[in-house]
Design a protein around this ligand. Structure first.
Ligand code: FAD
Length: 317
């Protein structure tokens, strides 16, 4: 006798298809804990299949809300991404390739094409552990969430730490600043235009247990700009992976600004990443291994950026 992989509840869930955010949230408030907001459903489905949660009685689909699927560029060069856009759409969009190449790369390393045709960018962020988050963090992204009446705009980093986060809110937009320096989200700072985008070294690295189609053990992302005198002009670094909630290394970034990336500074960076990365152990890898991997990757990329930016030569002159 065949055994089902997982058991659906006897009463199949009801699927609701609102066409506005307001309507979705009216339904969410009506059905409360017996309901869930669904974009692609790929993450939710793995949870149901693995017995981590049960399918609720009401699925509120966000897929028919036009306002959640836009992709626009505003007058300031900021890209506004609809959270319901699937990863494949993000990857194939010309503007995204030109302006958000690192994000496109990260999308292409998630799952397989069939999943990427369903999986949404907003769903990835809303899980709080998605592989796109480290990239969005170093791009200084903001998220816009709505309770159906008013919208809140938060830095992604702020939102990840928001203890007042509510499942009765819909993410309505992700905003990625244009070609600006890595330090743009420092409170009150005016964004500095990059003088030359070639001068910026950016990276996204995902380590899994095999080459492709694998969950992440560690993901790191970064953007670095080196001055002509070899010092660090701007830097943004982040790490995540597994069940860790990704974060920026803002204290380390501040400590590196204006420095030459000589051996002693790189050692401080390695220790700093290892100490402050909040890695989570699971059956696949321990926290110590993840911390060490994140530190190795970040130091190696920063050193590459420094050499590419002429830092090694400048430090000898
Ligand atoms: C085979 C397979 C491989 C995978 N590999 C990876 C991987 O390598 N890296 C990775 O990061 N993920 C991976 N995933 C997980 C998942 O596919 C992605 O994280 C995906 O981007 C989630 O998007 P979704 O639209 O399917 O989210 P859903 O499952 O629809 O939703 C995820 C969560 O977000 C909430 N939500 C969704 N949209 C909104 C919104 N606009 N407002 C408020 N709440 C919202 C939902 O209520 C739910 O809590 C994989 C999944 C599968 C099945």
């Amino acid at each position: 006798m065949s055994v089902p992989l997982y058991q659906l509840s006897e009463q199949q869930p009801t699927v609701w298809q609102p066409t506005t955010v307001e309507e979705a949230l009216i339904l969410k408030r009506k059905w409360g804990e017996n309901s869930v907001l669904v974009s692609g459903g790929t993450w939710l489905r793995t949870r149901w299949e693995n017995g981590l949660s049960s399918p609720p009685q009401h699925l509120i689909s966000l897929g028919r809300i036009p306002a959640l699927s836009g992709l626009t560029l505003d007058g300031q060069g900021h890209v506004h991404i609809g959270p319901a856009l699937c990863l494949a759409d993000v990857m194939e969009n010309q503007m995204m390739k030109q302006r958000c190449g690192l994000l496109v790369q990260a999308c292409s390393e998630i799952a397989a094409p069939s999943v990427r045709n369903l999986a949404s960018i907003g769903g990835n962020v809303m899980t709080r552990t998605g592989d796109l988050i480290p990239v969005l963090l170093v791009m200084n992204a903001q998220v816009v969430v709505s309770d159906g009446q008013k919208e809140r705009v938060l830095w992604l980093e702020e939102w990840l730490q928001d203890l007042n986060y509510s499942s009765f809110e819909v993410m309505t937009r992700i905003v990625v600043p244009g070609q600006v320096s890595a330090q743009m989200n420092d409170a009150g700072q005016t964004p500095t235009e990059l003088r030359n985008t070639d001068a910026e070294h950016s990276f996204y690295l995902k380590v899994g247990r095999r080459e492709a189609f694998t969950p992440s053990v560690v993901t790191v992302a970064g953007r670095i700009r080196i001055e002509a005198d070899g010092t660090v002009a701007a830097i943004a670094l982040s790490a995540g992976g597994g069940s860790a909630v990704p974060s920026r290394f803002t204290e380390l970034e501040d400590a590196l600004a204006g420095k030459l990336l000589i051996k002693e500074v790189l050692q401080i960076l390695h220790k700093g990443v290892s100490d402050s990365f909040d890695a989570v152990a699971d059956d696949y890898a321990g926290a110590a291994y993840r911390k060490m991997t994140a530190a190795n990757l970040i130091v190696s990329e920063c050193y590459k950026a420094w050499r590419k930016g002429g830092g090694a030569g400048a430090s000898r002159s």
